[in-house]
Design a protein around this ligand. Structure first.
Ligand code: KG4
Ligand code: ZN
Length: 337
């Protein structure tokens, strides 16, 4: 990739983030301002609240990212401004995209609209620039859960995806049901530490049946159990639920790696911050005799370094947008034909 200095901007959900990445791999700064505190009272992300917060945080977060990278706000000398254009909450995306357009115009710098999911794929590469392809990547977040055969940057084949809820969504819903709060993933993980993962045997949907996932039946099974046994320990339920999710995610990733002859498996998305998932994923790699790439937690959850990295790749391939670029709330990864 030719030398480049790219500012990444991420506002697709409830994190306002900005980052400067050099040459597609060197993170000069990465600033993430989480809005979790604003949404806790509502038990989930409120789109209207998120958009307003992005508007307030946008300039301070970008100023900080430029300052940390020793760049001048008025003339930063960037090669591109990369911004998440989808998927995500439309109001949140529009704040980031409109702001990025203004900066691109003011600095006379090309604008690059980035796919958030491609960003999650690049997050892993940022920490392992020498990774050998093909790689099977499992992306598990609040909005998506899928397995991709990555032949190289920009070359993706979808192997499987959830047919209903995303894994993170299941964590969030079960946590709410158990009264453990929001965001659900960390709350379930914490509660599960005190529980027995074998206390209840929850279903492993679509086990041994292709590479798609399904989590809505698991969520319903948890609800039914609590209705049947209201005195069941939340810790045991959380641990048993988490074990079911982790087992099926890792099992299908290992299956995908054997099917495709992958040289490595790689984890991404917010749910990849989950400790037991990270451990089971590494163990599966060891068992398969291939590398298991588990990025740092900061790189798994939403950030702008991954957007800048994916943007640098897109920029190098001439994928430059003009000021009419629209936000695309339902944009899935661009797959190989
Ligand atoms: O990728 P992400 O930060 O935002 C989206 O693009 O969706 O993922 C957020 C999701 C939420 O559903 C959250 O509950 C889940 O990731 N999550 C976790 C953990 N930390 C965050 N799930 C399980 N265990 C965790 N430690
Ligand atoms: Zn995400």
């Amino acid at each position: 990739m030719k030398p480049s200095l790219v500012l990444g901007i991420e506002t697709s959900c409830d994190e306002t983030a900005a980052s400067v990445v050099a040459d597609g791999t060197e993170v000069l700064s990465s600033v993430v301002s989480s809005q979790i505190d604003l949404h806790v009272a509502f038990g989930g992300v409120v789109p209207e609240v998120a958009s307003r917060a992005h508007l307030e945080l946008f300039i301070p977060v970008i100023r900080e990212a430029l300052a940390q990278a020793d760049l001048d706000w008025s003339a930063p000398g960037l090669d591109a401004v990369a911004v998440t254009a989808g998927p995500g909450l439309v109001g949140s995306l529009l704040v980031g995209l409109s702001g990025a357009k203004a900066l691109s115009l003011a600095w006379d710098t090309p604008l690059v609209g980035v796919n958030h999911l491609e960003g999650h794929l690049f997050a892993a590469l940022l920490e392992a620039p020498d990774l050998q392809f093909p790689v099977v990547v499992l992306v598990v977040s609040g909005g998506h859960s899928f397995l991709v055969d990555m032949q190289g940057p920009g070359k993706y084949r979808l192997l499987g995806q959830t047919i209903d809820d995303a894994a993170g969504e299941a964590f969030d819903k079960v946590s709410r049901y158990l009264g453990l709060g929001y965001p659900g993933g960390p709350a379930i993980e914490k509660a599960a530490r005190e529980g027995n993962p074998k206390a209840f045997r929850f279903p492993r949907a679509l086990r041994g049946d292709g590479l798609n996932f399904s989590f809505s039946g698991l969520k319903t099974a948890v609800v039914r159990l609590i209705e049947r046994e209201p005195e069941a320990s939340s810790a045991d339920v959380a641990a048993s639920f988490q074990a079911a999710v982790v087992e099926i995610l890792v099992e299908k990733t290992a299956q995908a790696a054997s099917d495709t002859g992958a040289k490595a498996i790689c984890l991404g998305g917010g749910v990849a911050a989950n400790g037991p998932l990270r451990e089971a994923f590494s163990a599966a790699g060891a068992e398969l005799g291939i590398e298991a790439l588990v990025p740092s937690r900061a790189m798994c959850t939403d950030n702008a370094a991954m957007v800048a990295a994916a943007g640098a790749f897109r920029f190098a391939h001439g994928d430059i947008d003009d000021l009419s670029r629209a936000a695309d709330p339902n944009w899935f990864l661009d797959l190989e034909a």
